[in-house]
Write a protein of this length. Structure first.
Lengths: 352, 259
C-alpha cells in the first residue's frame, strides 16, 4: 500500500481542466518528484494532498485513510513553501516549535525536539534570530526543520530550491537528500527542474497538461521515455520520424532497428535517441556490427571542455544532436561528413 | 563632500526643530515677552494647572485621539484585510475611492460633516468630533495597513494550517501578530491626525467642549500667554515618547522584509 494515494482526481476551474483523471501512488519513505512545466498541474497535485484544494472528482488516501475532504490542519503533513513562509514575528525556535505546540507538545520537550530538528538541518546557534536576520539558505533550513519536526505522514516540497542561487541550490540538494534519507519521511517534491528531479528522486512522475505522462525510477524514465514530451522534458532527445516496415523503422531510406516491440507494418512512429548514445565516426571507418547507422553533416560544433555538442543535418533534413566525450583529440569541423552510429537498445519507439 | 552632506542634513533637521525648540525654551522663561537672557521658571506650568479651559481641552483632545486611534485601527484593519486578501468585482474602484478624501481640503470636509451631522441629528460635540476624526484618519490607516498586508507573504496562513492551526488560530497566531507593526503604526498615525486636527474640530465643537488646537486658537485671539507654550511642550514631550516607543517597538516587532 502506498503512503499517499491519489485515485482518479479531476479538478477544473471554469473551462480549464487543471487535473484530468490523475491517479498516482507515493511509496512510503520514498522521495518522489512531480516534474512538469508550469501549468502542468504538479502544484495542484501537491495542494490537493495538502488539503488546500478539494478535488471535483476522485479521492485521496493518506496511509489508507480517505482524507479527500479532511481539513488541512487535521492531515498531519509538513510543507516547505517556495517562499519558505516563515513566521516573521517569531524567532527560529518559535517557528520550529509552532507545529509541536499545535499537537500539544510544549515546554522543554518541544524545545528539545525542535533543537534536534535544527541539528538535522545543520542550523544551530540561531535559535533566537528572526527569519529576516538569516540568509536565504538558512531560512530554507528553518522551513525544513519546521516541516519535519512533527514527523508528518508526508513531507511536501513546493519548488523549495528555486529561490536560491545555483551554488547554494546544489548544496541544498545534497542536504535535502541526506535529511530525507535520515528522516525516512515520505517526500513529494514539486519541480520543473529536470536535473534536480533526476539527482534527488527515487521515483519521478512527469506531468503535462493535467495528466501524468509517465512515472517510474529516474533511469527508467530517462532511458525509456514513453512520449515525445517525456523524452524532451527529461533530458535531450533526437526524434526520428518513420514508418514501420519488416521489423524495423524506415527513417527516410535508412532502416533503423529498435529492441522494443514495434506496431504493425505501415504504422507511422517516432523514434527517440539520446544525444550521448550516438557516436560519430568518419564515413571511411568500418561500420560497427549490429548497430544503427546514419549519415550526417556537421553544422555546428560547440566545445564545452569535457563534452563537445555537435549539431548535424541528417538525411531528409533531420535536425540531430550528438554529445561526444572529449576522450581524444578527434574533432569534426563544421561541414564534415560523418557517420552516426547507435545501438538498437538505445532506440526508443515513442507512443506519439 | 561627505562632511558637507552631513552638515546639510543637520541644517535640515535644525530647520525642523528650531521653532519648536524656541517654543519649548520659552515655556521655561519667566518673561512672557520672549525677552533674553532666559530666566528659568516653572510657573507657566503651575499656572497651567489652574487653567481649567486649557486642561479640559487637552483632556478632550487626548480622549478623542485615543478613541479615534482605536476605532479607526480596528475598522481599518478589518477593511484593509478584506481589500488585501479577497477578490471581488469593483475592488479596484473601492481601493481608488479611498484616496480622494486625503486630498479634499479639510475646510470642505468640515463643512460637509457639519451639514451632514446637523441634518442627520448627530449634532456637534465629542461624539461628532470622534466620528469626524475617524473618517479623516481611516484612509491613512487603511493605506498603512494595506501596505503591511502586501508585504506579508500570502502563504503564511497556509503554513500555519499545515502545522495544525485552524484558520481562526492561523489568523490570530500568525497574520495578526505579523501585521502588528503596521497596525501600531496606523494607530499612531490616526492618533496624530486627530491630535493635529483643527478645522474639522472647530466646526464640530460645541461651546464649552473643544479640543486643544481649537482652544489654543481662541486663546491666541484673546491674547497670547506662555501657558500655551507650556501645554504645547507637554504635548510635544508626550508625542516624542510615542514616536520613540514606536521606533523601538517596530524594531522588535520586525516588519517582514522581502528579499
Amino acid at each position: 500500500m502506498s503512503a499517499v494515494d491519489i485515485r482518479g482526481v479531476t479538478k477544473t476551474y471554469g473551462p480549464v481542466t487543471v487535473l484530468d483523471h490523475v491517479s498516482i501512488g507515493f511509496e512510503a519513505g520514498r522521495f518522489t518528484s512531480l516534474l512538469g512545466p508550469s501549468g502542468s498541474g504538479k502544484t495542484t497535485v501537491l495542494r490537493i494532498i495538502a488539503g488546500f484544494i478539494i478535488p471535483d472528482v476522485g479521492s485521496l488516501y493518506i496511509r489508507g485513510e480517505d482524507v479527500t475532504t479532511t481539513p488541512v490542519w487535521k492531515r498531519d503533513i509538513g510543507i516547505v513553501f517556495q517562499s519558505y513562509a516563515l513566521f516573521p514575528h517569531m524567532s527560529v525556535m518559535e517557528n520550529v516549535v509552532f507545529g509541536l505546540n499545535r499537537r500539544g507538545i510544549r515546554g522543554a520537550e518541544a524545545r528539545r525536539r525542535a533543537a534536534e530538528a535544527l541539528e538535522t538541518v545543520r542550523l544551530t546557534g540561531f535559535d533566537d534570530r528572526r527569519p529576516k536576520q538569516l540568509s536565504g539558505g538558512q531560512q530554507q533550513r528553518v522551513a525544513l526543520a519546521r516541516a519535519i519536526v512533527t514527523r508528518p505522514k508526508v513531507l511536501l516540497l513546493d519548488e523549495p530550491l528555486s529561490a536560491l542561487d545555483r551554488r547554494l541550490r546544489q548544496e541544498m540538494q545534497v542536504e535535502l537528500l541526506r535529511i530525507q534519507r535520515e528522516s525516512g519521511l515520505t517526500t513529494i517534491f514539486v519541480t520543473h527542474d529536470q536535473e534536480e528531479a533526476l539527482t534527488l528522486s527515487d521515483r519521478i512522475a512527469i506531468l503535462d497538461r493535467g495528466r501524468i505522462i509517465q512515472q517510474g525510477i529516474p533511469s527508467a524514465i530517462y532511458e525509456r521515455p514513453r512520449t515525445r514530451f517525456a523524452a524532451s522534458f527529461l533530458g535531450d532527445a533526437n526524434f526520428l520520424p518513420g514508418t514501420v516496415a519488416q521489423g524495423a523503422v524506415r527513417v527516410g531510406d535508412v532502416a533503423v532497428q529498435c529492441d522494443a516491440a514495434l506496431p504493425a507494418n505501415g504504422t507511422a512512429v517516432t523514434l527517440a535517441v539520446r544525444p550521448e548514445r550516438m557516436s560519430m565516426a568518419a564515413p571511411s571507418e568500418s561500420h560497427l556490427n549490429g548497430s544503427n547507422a546514419m549519415a550526417g553533416v556537421v553544422r555546428q560544433a560547440t566545445y564545452a571542455g569535457a563534452v563537445t555538442t555537435y549539431r548535424l543535418d541528417g538525411p531528409g533534413g533531420l535536425d540531430l544532436r550528438v554529445f561526444v566525450q572529449n576522450r581524444d583529440g578527434t574533432r569534426f569541423a563544421p561541414g564534415s561528413e560523418v557517420r552516426l552510429q547507435w545501438s538498437p537498445a538505445d532506440t526508443v519507439c515513442l507512443e506519439d | 563632500m561627505r562632511r558637507l552632506g552631513i552638515g546639510w542634513l543637520m541644517v535640515v533637521v535644525a530647520f525642523l526643530y528650531l521653532p519648536i525648540g524656541v517654543m519649548m525654551l520659552m515655556a521655561f522663561n519667566a518673561s512672557p515677552f520672549y525677552t533674553l537672557p532666559i530666566e528659568l521658571t516653572g510657573h507657566w506650568f503651575t499656572d497651567l494647572a489652574q487653567n481649567e479651559k486649557l486642561l479640559d481641552a487637552s483632556r478632550n483632545s487626548l480622549l478623542i485621539a485615543t478613541a479615534t486611534a482605536i476605532i479607526s485601527t480596528v475598522c481599518g484593519t478589518a477593511a484593509a484585510l478584506v481589500l488585501g486578501r479577497q477578490t471581488f468585482r469593483g475592488k479596484r474602484l473601492l481601493q481608488i475611492l479611498l484616496l480622494p478624501p486625503m486630498a479634499i481640503p479639510w475646510l470642505i470636509i468640515g463643512t460637509a460633516m457639519l451639514v451632514f451631522f446637523h441634518w442627520t441629528g448627530i449634532g456637534r460635540g465629542l461624539h461628532a468630533m470622534i466620528l469626524g476624526h475617524v473618517a479623516l484618519s481611516l484612509p491613512y490607516v487603511m493605506l498603512v495597513i494595506g501596505t503591511g498586508i502586501q508585504t506579508l507573504q500570502p502563504d503564511l496562513e497556509e503554513a500555519a494550517m499545515s502545522l495544525g492551526s485552524t484558520p481562526q488560530h492561523a489568523f490570530f497566531a500568525v497574520t495578526l501578530p505579523a501585521l502588528m507593526p503596521s497596525i501600531i503604526a496606523a494607530g499612531l498615525f490616526a492618533f496624530a491626525v486627530s491630535l493635529d486636527q483643527f478645522v474639522v474640530s472647530y466646526f464640530l465643537a460645541k461651546p464649552g467642549v473643544t479640543t486643544l488646537p481649537v482652544e489654543i486658537y481662541s486663546s491666541i485671539r484673546k491674547g497670547f500667554t506662555p501657558e500655551i507654550n507650556a501645554i504645547s511642550t507637554l504635548l510635544l514631550g508626550a508625542s516624542m515618547v510615542l514616536v520613540i516607543a514606536f521606533a523601538w517597538l517596530s524594531n522588535f516587532g520586525g516588519a517582514h522584509e522581502r528579499r
